[in-house]
Write a protein that binds this ligand. Structure first.
Ligand SMILES: [Zn+2]
Length: 320
């Protein structure tokens, strides 16, 4: 049984946050890790509604019909490693040294979610950069330029979530400070408070998000409240690492790995990188995600998989 919330009532709810707890929490059943429940698409403190609570169910259904779930993939750079032993692999386990760095956009009838933001846009067009220790990075066309090909600006993005806050996943993050950040509370603590203890976090790449609206998660999260786009908690690579499940109609169920795996060999050998924050958690997350992939007959995309990337339809093409 759903309680109806009128638009006026919602305006009131938004201005008095505690009213979330009191009155509206049964509207969508979207549970937030903090114990609050939010109706799908409402951003706390952002003073806007994305789904439009004044809409009738019919018009929402119509809109959903018009705006089917879509996934866009962007090329947000490349990483090269002379030596892959830090990934828990021997040099012989795989010949791959070149990693794809993607960004993704999920379009849903009730909003747009950006998943990962690639390498730093500061290095765009500067050629292959030597980062030291046999690591190189390269980035040809900025995420913003690629979004513009879809006629989108950062202000058109409603939600942003990162698999984790390592530098190669948040390079364009500062452009999306106006979106609602969906982040595990453990990752938030590490990335925004204790980042000095995590050398692969570069706070300057996402510092503008310190002031953005956030939903702090403590587990899985149904982004739009209909089960079609779910953040899957998979800690271990970092304290609050997460993967993304997308129930695409034509392509079928898809899971984006984040950095639970970097190489196909990582998955085959259950390899845990030595720079992961918790090895036991990583292995448990692998087990959990693999069970989910099997149960849903989903395809798993290892995000950094260059060989896979060569076969993908990049934006402005899309998956639906
Ligand atoms: Zn990565």
């Amino acid at each position: 049984m759903k309680k109806e919330c009128s638009f006026l009532r919602w305006s009131f709810c938004l201005s008095v946050l505690c009213a979330f707890l009191a009155g509206c929490e049964t509207m969508s059943g979207v549970n937030v890790g903090t114990g609050l429940s939010l109706p799908g698409g409402v951003s706390i403190g952002a003073n806007k509604t994305i789904s439009g609570s004044g809409e009738s169910a019919r018009s929402r259904a119509d809109k959903k019909q018009q705006a089917k779930l879509r996934l866009y993939v962007f090329d947000c750079g490349s990483l090269y490693f002379d030596d892959i032993s830090a990934f828990g692999l021997s040099q012989q386990d795989t010949a791959v040294r070149n990693l794809f760095v993607p960004c993704y956009l999920v379009e849903h009838a009730n909003g747009r979610l950006l998943w990962d933001a690639g390498l730093s846009t500061r290095i765009v067009g500067q050629g292959k950069q030597d980062m030291g220790n046999g690591v190189y990075q390269d980035y040809h066309k900025s995420l913003l330029t690629q979004l513009a090909t879809l006629k989108l600006r950062p202000s058109d993005i409603d939600f942003v979530a990162f698999s984790h806050m390592h530098y190669d996943h948040v390079g364009g993050a500062n452009y999306f400070a106006g979106a609602t950040l969906l982040i595990q509370e453990t990752e938030y603590e590490a990335a925004f408070k204790a980042y000095a203890n995590y050398p692969i976090f570069d706070y300057t790449l996402y510092q503008d998000l310190a002031a953005s609206t956030k939903v702090l998660l403590s587990g899985d999260y149904d982004v739009f409240g209909d089960g079609s786009v779910k953040i899957i908690s998979t800690p271990g690579h970092t304290p609050g690492h997460q993967a993304l499940f997308i129930d695409l109609e034509a392509y079928g169920p898809l899971v984006l790995s984040g950095d639970l795996y970097h190489f196909e060999a990582s998955r085959r050998l259950r390899a845990v990188p030595e720079f992961n924050t918790n090895a036991a958690q990583t292995l448990a997350s692998m087990d959990r995600l693999e069970r989910m992939v099997t149960a849903n007959q989903a395809t798993l995309w290892i995000q950094h998989n260059r060989a896979l990337a060569k076969t993908l339809r990049l934006a402005p093409g899309f998956y639906d």
